[in-house]
Design a protein around this ligand. Structure first.
Ligand SMILES: [Ca+2]
Ligand SMILES: [Ca+2]
Ligand SMILES: [Ca+2]
Length: 515
């Protein structure tokens, strides 16, 4: 599955589960900005600092902007005001941009924490500074904004056609993406349905004529001047609206359910294919259909008779763990195209590495991964159930639960093994030494307990014992009980000792182990 699809479907699944949309993330590849087509305003003169580390590029009417993988922005073109503005308030507050938008020489930036800043384009007159934004689009004199509660707002005026500020009720809630064309606004709802509104212009054949196939399963929408394109989740394109230049006639190369990105420009259309090729059709008098040679394009964008693309030279390797308490893994980052990377999992004490998931399988450690696309490697860890010292307690229980030594049956060398201490309800760290010494040293003295020896202390316990006197005859009845767990006991044997002819006046009895 292509990363674009995978990311989109992940977003969709998250939306369905939680009802709220996540803030945007930057594209997960890295490369150089490539711009072709109309270049009256300098947009094809890509500066040297946009030849590496770029993940998105957009432009229109004198302004071209590249988003770099570190979240910073580079701008160029004839609109010399913009590069200066990027360093000034409020653009300076966007330090971690995830999505860029350009229309009529105006810039919009959306950050990974949902902050949106857009410049005026000279038509709608005001700058926007908003928070809790997950998506936005920029048209002629208006901006459309999606908030993280799935609600939609449009800012601007009704220049160049009416009605685009009047949002249809079906597009007010339950939306997952917003799109702006020159004069039309549109959304994709959470069911993958396209809704477009704005003027009936060009009259009778325009982006408002959404085909019935766009009622479901749409993953991407692009609205141009008089036509629109939608991408279905099976990789096919729907095209409708004005066809004066053949912009609706999808070429054969893009008809194999192999499309991952679309752009509807003023009079031409662009598709990004899953093998990295870009296809352009429709109006081409500015050379926009002459696609430069590239190993693999990974993003397309743009407006105003030019095509803006990123030729990928690197991919994002994301490494993560199933539980950060259990271990760690080699950190990821952007890696060169087709490079081989070595990743290693490092289990914490008490845990073991149990295998890879994500884009890796198996349990080799370290393992190699080929970076021919953006990939995710998940290192999985589990409890270490081995018993290195053979004392009956697993390494996990020794290290994590009891804090005992997994390489030593008697962690504190006090004569009581770790499982014996645990069986008595004590931590293996409890020092039985003084108690054992006390019992041992009092064993044979005058004050002896006289019950059992040091070595027997854990194993022997007196059961019932009765000393009775009958007919002037004493008898001592005792029993020996046995147990395997110190909880339940059974009779091993019982005996009665008869003490004959006890004296009439005074008598002392003592019970000791037999010497
Ligand atoms: Ca052990
Ligand atoms: Ca141990
Ligand atoms: Ca011990």
């Amino acid at each position: 599955m292509k990363p674009l699809y995978a990311a989109w479907l992940t977003l969709l699944a998250a939306n369905i589960c939680y009802g709220q949309l996540p803030y945007p993330t930057r594209p997960n590849f890295s490369g150089k900005a490539v711009v072709w087509g109309r270049s009256l305003e300098g947009q094809t003169n890509v500066p040297s600092n946009a030849l590496t580390g770029v993940c998105s590029v957009a432009g229109h009417s004198g302004l071209t902007v590249a988003l770099k993988t570190n979240g910073t922005i580079i701008a160029w073109g004839s609109n010399s005001v913009i590069p200066t503005a990027i360093g000034a308030y409020p653009f300076s507050t966007i330090t971690n941009a995830a999505k860029i938008g350009v229309f009529s020489g105006s810039l919009g930036l959306l950050s990974t924490d949902g902050k949106l800043v857009t410049m005026s384009d000279g038509y709608e007159g005001t700058m926007l500074t908003l928070s809790n934004v997950v998506d936005f689009g920029m048209g002629l004199g208006f901006r459309i904004v999606l908030k993280n509660d799935s609600s939609v707002e449009v800012f601007g005026n009704n220049i160049h056609g009416s009605n685009k500020l009047t949002i249809p009720s079906a597009a007010l809630t339950n939306v997952r993406a917003v799109v702006a064309g020159t004069s039309h606004a549109g959304v994709i709802d959470k069911g993958g349905k396209v809704i477009v509104w704005g003027p009936d212009w060009p009259t009778g054949s325009n982006p408002l004529n959404v085909p019935s196939e766009a009622q479901t399963n749409i993953v991407s929408l692009s609205i141009g001047w008089g036509h629109a394109l939608a991408l279905k989740n099976n990789g096919s394109i729907l095209a409708w609206g004005n066809n004066d230049w053949g912009q609706l006639t999808v070429p054969q190369e893009a008809q194999s359910n192999n499309v991952v990105g679309i752009v509807a420009d003023e009079a031409h259309s662009v598709a990004l294919l899953n093998d990295g090729r870009v296809v352009v059709w429709g109006y081409g008098d500015y050379g926009q259909k002459i696609v430069p040679a590239a190993k693999r394009f990974e993003a397309i964008n743009g407006y105003g008779q030019a095509v803006y693309a990123v030729e990928a030279s690197g991919w994002l390797l994301t490494t993560t763990v199933n539980n950060s308490l259990m271990g760690s893994v080699t950190s990821g980052g952007y890696k060169a195209d087709n490079s081989t990377q070595s990743i290693q999992a490092y289990p914490n004490p008490g845990y073991v590495f149990s295998g890879w998931s994500g884009d890796l399988v198996g349990n080799a450690n370290p393992i190699s991964i080929n970076m021919n696309l953006s990939k995710t490697a998940v290192a999985n860890f589990a409890q270490d159930l081995a018993d290195n010292d053979g004392d009956g307690i697993s390494n996990y229980d020794e290290i994590i639960v009891y804090g005992s030594n997994p390489s030593q049956p008697d962690s504190n060398n006090d004569g009581i093994t770790d499982p014996q201490a645990v069986g008595l309800g004590y931590s293996p760290g409890f020092n039985f030494g003084p108690l054992l010494v006390f019992l041992k040293t009092n064993n044979t003295s005058a004050n002896s307990f006289g019950l059992y020896t040091t070595n027997q202390i854990m194993d022997l316990k007196f059961g019932g014992m009765v000393l009775g006197k009958t007919n002037n005859q004493l008898s001592l009845t005792y029993q020996i009980l046995e147990s395997s767990n110190l909880v339940s006991w059974s009779t091993n044997r019982q005996e009665t000792l008869v003490i004959s002819n006890p004296p009439a006046s005074k008598m002392f009895l003592r019970i000791t182990p037999k010497q």
